[in-house]
Design a protein around this ligand. Structure first.
Ligand SMILES: [Zn+2]
Length: 88
């Protein structure tokens, strides 16, 4: 994994779209076509995938602790950790 993955494979709009609809994707509230589009983008866009992974992890932790939502500090810590790992 030495080759850096550019963020703009699908264009800036693709990333913007992915981030905006991240929660719909996580909550399976997308149409099948939109979901496939999202999967295609995440498959080649590491920053968006990191963003998704961070949100998914937060969601899981929140669900496990039965809290309404993760504390802001925890969210930030997870996101920062994941984003630092996948970018240089
Ligand atoms: Zn992207």
């Amino acid at each position: 994994m030495s080759e850096p993955i550019p963020h703009d494979v699908g264009g800036q709009d693709e990333c913007e779209h992915a981030i905006i609809h991240l929660y719909e994707f996580l909550d399976s509230e997308m149409t099948a076509a939109d979901e496939q589009h999202m999967r295609d983008h995440l498959a080649h866009c590491a920053p968006c995938l990191a963003e998704l992974s961070a949100e998914e992890l937060v969601k899981r932790l929140v669900r496990r602790s039965c809290a309404e939502r993760a504390p802001e500090a925890l969210r930030l810590r997870i996101r920062t950790a994941l984003i630092v790992q996948t970018t240089d």
